[in-house]
Ligand binder design. Structure first.
Ligand code: ADP
Ligand code: MG
Length: 247
């Protein structure tokens, strides 16, 4: 049995109270194995971001079990949440870079939770990471002077520089044209495979489904699993041409 990076059992989540009570996640069960690249699709409002924010320790688990990198998040202490967060890289739809910081300074921000890494080592890693995403010539640029695709590549460098075991990416290509979007996910895929890191990526973009080892689908707060073939060997990408072509 491969190692689980994420293990979800009977997870439920509700927003609001009383008349405003709205269930957004209903009995979610899911395992994502170490080293897998899993794509999560589904209509807007189906609960994808809520699920990712729970997995990322950015929101408290209400009901059910959610284990991330071996840590149970249900009832976890703040210290344990911080610990788990420091092992996760986040990439959001909007790049969320700080405009007042250069590319390198933005990437450096995500090493804040790692006091064990020296100043020089941080610089080395940031520069190396920006080179890996093709921005070696732009390390001292401010976000205003970078294109949308370049900013999202800085966001990838920022997510990966701490060598996280898990990357959670929420519609990372949504604001990009198709070519830049494709470039961005290919960089992400390559670096993740090199680092042996697990990726869960939410997308509406049918053109990038083929980078996934597995595709899962969400509707109305429920997971419809194994959109791609469940039987195929987990070591080979089980790309689903039928799905990709339905675009
Ligand atoms: P998706 O990412 O699939 O679009 P979300 O997880 O963002 O879905 O949202 C799922 C549902 O929960 C939507 O109906 C949304 O309006 C609602 N929702 C999201 N965040 C909140 C919140 N903080 N408070 C109340 N309702 C929310
Ligand atoms: Mg969303």
């Amino acid at each position: 049995m491969p190692l689980s990076a994420i293990s979800v059992r009977q997870l439920h989540h509700v927003y609001g109270k009383g008349n405003l009570r709205k269930p957004v996640l209903i009995d979610i069960n899911l395992d994502i194995f170490a080293g897998e690249i899993v794509i999560l699709t589904g209509p807007s409002g189906s609960g994808k971001t809520t699920l990712l924010s729970l997995m990322g320790g950015l929101r408290s688990v209400q009901e059910g079990s959610l284990k991330v990198l071996g840590q149970e998040l249900q009832g976890a202490k703040k210290r344990q949440l911080v610990q788990v967060r420091s092992r996760i890289g986040y990439i959001f739809q909007a790049h969320n870079l700080l405009d007042c910081l250069t590319a390198q300074e933005n990437v450096r921000m995500s090493l804040r939770l790692h006091p064990e890494i020296s100043f020089e080592e941080r610089t080395r890693r940031c520069v190396e990471m920006l080179e890996a995403v093709g921005l070696g010539q732009r390390i001292n640029y401010y976000p205003d002077n970078l294109s949308g695709g370049q900013k999202q590549r800085v966001a990838i460098a920022r997510a990966l520089v701490s060598q996280p075991q898990l990357v959670l990416a929420d519609e990372p290509t949504a604001a990009l044209d198709s070519k830049s979007g494709r470039d961005v996910v290919e960089i992400l895929q390559r670096l993740a495979k090199e680092q042996g890191c697990t990726i869960l990526l939410v997308t509406h973009d049918n053109r990038i489904l083929d980078i996934a080892d597995r595709i899962i689908h969400m509707e109305d707060g429920q997971l419809i699993q194994n959109v791609s073939s469940i039987e195929s060997n987990s070591s080979s990408p089980n790309y689903s041409p039928a799905l990709a072509e339905s675009a």
